[in-house]
Design a protein around this ligand. Sequence first.
Ligand code: NDP
Ligand code: GDR
Length: 344
Amino acid sequence: MSRRALITGITGQDGSYMAEHLLSQGYQVWGLIRGQANPRKSRVSKLAADLNFVNGDLLDQASLVSAVDKIQPDEVYNLGAISFVPMSWEQAELVTEVNGMGVLRMLEAIRMVSGLSISSRPPASGQIRFYQASSSEMFGKVMETPQCETTTFHPRSPYGVAKAYGHYITRNYRESFGVYGVSGMLFNHESPRRGAEFVTRKISLAVAQIKLGLQEKLHLGNLDAVRDWGFAGDYVRAMHLMLQQDVADDYVVGTGQMNSVRDAVRIAFECVGLNWEDHVVIDPKLVRPAEVETLCADSGLARKVLGWEPTVTFDELMRMMVEADLQQATRERQFDDLSLTGAW
Ligand code: NDP
Ligand code: GDR
């Protein structure tokens, strides 16, 4: 019988790639859907006819118990979160509820459905395996470069603090109840499916618009911020591999390559033969109250134990995103031109 997986955050970037990856591995895949008419459900359901959905919300304990009980998954991937860091200064309590307490609620759902307690340890096999989407934002103000599994956390936003809670509670349920729970400390990963609010996609969308003459300027904040950016399709493979190990452990995942926002802008504009300095405007309102200046992953453990390697360089990633947005913008402009001329 095929294995069953439950994904929270299925309508997001990672959830969609994860669903595709698991379907390609022969899994039955269920996505947790929030809200009574989630507009992003139809987008992800177009990926594959055989995706299944279940209603639920990381804010609602009973809905998670019900979903886990109904599906009886072999693996749970907890990718649901409010993932845009600046939102966490504006709605700190909500972000903490979803990104921190939501992890506890999902672990509790697994514990209850599995009948685990302090006095009742799980069987060696057949238990539900749990993946938590931890983040390099937990490292924040970095204590050492590159960052590995033992690097001290110093989160710089309510988002990072909530993720640190989710990280530690996952480890604690592993130690307290024997839950097979792992945290992937993933560094920034992007794709043409990235939300438009994140800097790489904001850049690729703007470059496409500027190239077609539909926009003139791109407003950005801190160009000096340095990140370790990879391709989301590579990172869901790492998540899956983490749950296939005999012993649950936590892993850092990133490329080990550092690039600045300025590098991202330069590469993206070069893709369409434009000079970024003619178009980028610095807007102090976009600078964060407490910035994470530099991040770089030491993924030695993931490479050694999981055999994981990234396949897409930063240049290739930016090019992939710009080309996708240029194609989309060109299609939309043709559509607009046709409707203006009444050609159909
Ligand atoms: P997205 O922002 O693209 O997706 C977030 C998902 O979370 C959406 O499907 C959203 O669903 C869902 N969600 C939001 N609130 C709730 C809730 N209350 N209950 C259930 N689901 C909810 O994020 P990514 O795909 O980029 O990231 C996936 C996970 O990985 C997140 O936890 C993120 O914090 C973490 N992460 C991401 C990294 C990256 O670089 N992408 C790096 C490190 C960690 P809805 O349609 O209902 O809004
Ligand atoms: P990040 O991603 O906060 O690292 O979190 P984001 O792309 O938002 O920012 C990266 C860096 O770019 C700088 N920056 C700008 N960022 C945005 N969004 N918009 C701008 O105009 C802009 N100008 C400069 C930022 O200051 C920052 O330094 C992502 C999310 O996916 C998290 O959920 C995840 O946990 C981490 O990556 C790892």
